[in-house]
Ligand binder design. Structure first.
Ligand SMILES: [Zn+2]
Length: 94
């Protein structure tokens, strides 16, 4: 109803689970983060970047609001993608 309720965020998933987010500080004051799958241990490293540099990333670039939780819920995420998984419409057939 309100714009606040309608706003969407992105959830990083792997193995039908929400990926856990770990944040690491560095001695020079910077930081980096990692999304980790609690099932298969796949991880995705996130590096910090000045938002002013985003314009250098080319057309189609957007800045996402991603959920980064150190303790995400462990339940399987069946609800969102079950329809798409059957149709596999998002898989390119090249
Ligand atoms: Zn996984």
């Amino acid at each position: 109803m309100s714009a606040e309720q309608d706003s969407k965020v992105w959830v990083p998933t792997c193995c039908n689970r929400v990926m856990r987010y770990n944040l690491f500080g560095q001695r020079d004051g910077g930081a980096y983060g990692a999304f980790v799958c609690t099932v298969c241990n796949k991880n995705i490293t996130l590096e910090q970047e000045s938002s002013a540099k985003v314009s250098n990333y080319g057309p189609g670039t957007s800045v996402l609001s991603v959920v980064a939780s150190p303790r995400p819920p462990k339940e399987e995420r069946r609800n969102n993608r079950s329809v798409d998984d059957d149709a596999t419409t998002d898989e390119p057939t090249l």
